[in-house]
Ligand binder design. Structure first.
Ligand SMILES: [Zn+2]
Ligand SMILES: [Zn+2]
Length: 388
């Protein structure tokens, strides 16, 4: 059951869809064109029902198999949103909207799942129902959580859910997965340091917030090296340091720090957040300043693959590509599919697109050569999990 011949025929069509989506990127939940095209195509393929507006702008279509003795529904999810990046690929299908770009390949994910939906609606060689799920706002915004809260799993009676992401770190067509924690929990925080501003020539009359904030940045790097079990992966990064004043001769009243924590274990995560808060407060105090800790965006939880469903993914990937890496390294990136895996058994796999600029890079572009492999994977998974 390697790559399906039908996808050799559909390859030019699916490539054209992908490039059209690439040229017209949309952000977050604001996806009128993208979600509209997805829903129109799903209807044109003859899907049994197409439901819009799940999780604000998400789209779900149901495709019924030749029989339904299993009475089971399994779901495949693609993300539709782009990033606020200025594209630098120079490709003929480059973004027509300056400052918006499909730099994570969600255009490819959407096109491949559409291709699989067309095939499944044509052939229906399975027993039960396949739900194809197109979600908004993966890149911050927790669109997956919005769809789950909107009743995605219960409304459609989904018993297994699967996700896929392209990877420029893997050879073209190479699948990779691991059971358990796969993508990190993501926290974004800020620390506001306040003191007594004043003339830089008379620092003795001020409380120097710049010095206190610098000390906090340095001290936070001890959390990973001194407070955390060396067996536990953890990242603490301070990424932004903004003083209230940009003058050379003013000690600012306020400094704002921002940063992120990446972790794979909730206990480690909670201990790290508590430690950051305490280090910030006590370090500031030692300089006579104050520090207030807060979160910026809603945290994403750890994305953990379920063991049994991971094995199902491996079987489908091997059927298509002959091999599958089953101990893929964990990634410190975040993925809001975590919310779907908290609500339902399932797993998430990576698919190599060959070496090139990394995800979120202005020169990144999805590799259309992988389309038949990705589409065949979805179809194999459907037919293996819902055999006639
Ligand atoms: Zn991304
Ligand atoms: Zn992505």
């Amino acid at each position: 059951m390697p790559i399906r011949n039908r996808f050799a025929e559909l390859h030019p069509d699916i490539t054209a869809w992908r490039r059209d989506l690439h040229a017209h990127p949309e952000l977050q939940y604001d996806l009128p064109r993208t979600a509209g095209i997805v829903a129109d195509k799903l209807r044109a393929f003859g899907c049994d029902s197409v439901i819009e507006g799940i999780g604000r702008t998400g789209v779900v279509a149901l495709i019924k198999g030749k029989s339904d003795t299993s009475r089971r529904t399994i779901a495949f999810r693609a993300d539709m949103d782009a990033l606020p990046i200025f594209e630098a690929t120079g490709a003929p299908h480059a973004s027509k909207t300056p400052g918006k770009m499909h730099a994570c390949g969600h255009d490819g994910h959407t096109a491949m799942l559409l291709g699989a939906a067309q095939y499944l609606a044509e052939t229906r060689n399975f027993d039960g129902t396949v739900a194809v799920v197109f979600q908004p706002a993966e890149e911050g915004g927790a669109g997956a959580e919005a769809m789950v809260q909107d009743g995605l799993i219960e409304t459609f009676g989904i018993s297994e859910i699967y996700g896929l992401h392209n990877s420029p770190l893997l050879p073209l067509g190479q699948f990779a997965i691991r059971p358990g924690a796969f993508y990190a929990a993501v926290d974004s925080f800020h620390i506001e340091v306040r003191g007594k501003g004043g003339h830089a020539a008379r620092p003795n009359n001020t409380v120097d917030t710049t010095l206190a904030a610098s000390a906090i940045v340095m001290a936070l790097q001890s959390v990973v090296s001194r407070n955390t079990d060396p067996q536990q992966p953890l990242v603490v990064s301070v990424t932004s340091f903004r003083t209230e004043s940009e003058a050379f001769n003013v000690i600012p009243e306020q400094v704002m720090l921002r940063g992120t924590v990446r972790s794979f274990d909730m206990e480690v995560r909670n201990a790290t957040i508590a430690r950051i808060e305490r280090i910030a407060a006590l370090t500031a105090e030692s300089y006579g300043a104050t520090a207030t800790f807060g979160f910026d965006e809603e945290p994403y939880p750890v994305m953990a693959n379920h063991e049994v469903e991971t094995a199902h993914c491996v079987a489908a990937a091997e059927a298509v590509s002959g091999t599958c890496i089953t101990d893929a390294p964990r990634t410190t990136g975040g993925e809001d599919f975590a919310y779907m895996l908290q609500a339902c058994p399932g797993a998430y796999i990576q698919l190599g697109i060959g070496e090139g600029p990394g995800l979120h890079h202005p020169s990144y572009d999805f590799n259309d050569e992988v389309i038949p492999t990705g589409c065949s994977y979805w179809v194999s998974l459907a037919e293996q999990r819902l055999p006639l």
